[in-house]
Design a protein around this ligand. Structure first.
Ligand SMILES: [Zn+2]
Length: 186
């Protein structure tokens, strides 16, 4: 039996690689999983130098190195409209991931990684969370609709202009007719 069988989650494929998915209904407010790993002290140079994408800063001094294999919470992806949140307890040096919505089996579990992470890692490549994908889709649809509107307007203008052009041409023709006459007279 898999180790996670009694847990309400499992690691699975997500759009961006791996993610953590609910296998049982998880009620809003429930502690889902602990984000854990060795505690790093920023005042110790060797520990301050450690760099990986699973570092979870508790405060200015303490950071959890969540890159350890047993820390399944490291698979939880970021979302701008998440169904969970990180419950950070600097004094206990612990972080729990807690449901902020009722989560259904099969749903991917997400939390917001925070502004600093977003600016540093997600904004440059474009956030792939469902909320941002939807926003991008909506913007693309709006841009498409706008282009269609502009095109329709241009076409309407073109059809309106057409008679004017013919009228102008007639006038010009009139002048044109007049000119040779004038020249002929001169
Ligand atoms: Zn997003």
């Amino acid at each position: 039996m898999p180790i996670t069988s009694n847990k309400p989650y499992r690691v699975g494929r997500s759009k961006t690689g791996l993610g953590l998915f609910a296998t049982k209904p998880i009620k809003k407010g429930t502690r889902i999983i602990r984000y854990f790993g060795p505690i790093l002290d920023s005042r110790i140079p060797e520990q301050d130098e450690i760099e990986n994408k699973y570092l979870f800063e508790l405060n200015g001094r303490w950071t959890i190195d969540g890159s350890v294999r047993k820390n399944l919470a490291r698979y939880i992806n970021h979302s701008c409209r998440p169904n969970a949140e990180s419950d950070v307890r600097p004094r206990e040096r612990k972080v729990y991931i807690r449901a902020i919505k009722n989560i259904e089996p099969g749903d991917e579990i997400n939390y917001d990684y925070g502004t600093d992470y977003f600016k540093a890692y997600l904004k440059p490549i474009g956030c792939k969370c469902d909320s941002c994908e939807k926003k991008r889709k909506k913007l693309r649809a709006e841009a498409r609709a706008e282009r269609a509107k502009v095109k329709a307007r241009t076409e309407r203008k073109a059809t309106k202009k057409a008679p004017t052009k013919t009228a102008k041409k007639k006038k010009l023709n009139g002048h044109a007719i007049g000119k040779p006459n004038g020249r002929a007279r001169g």
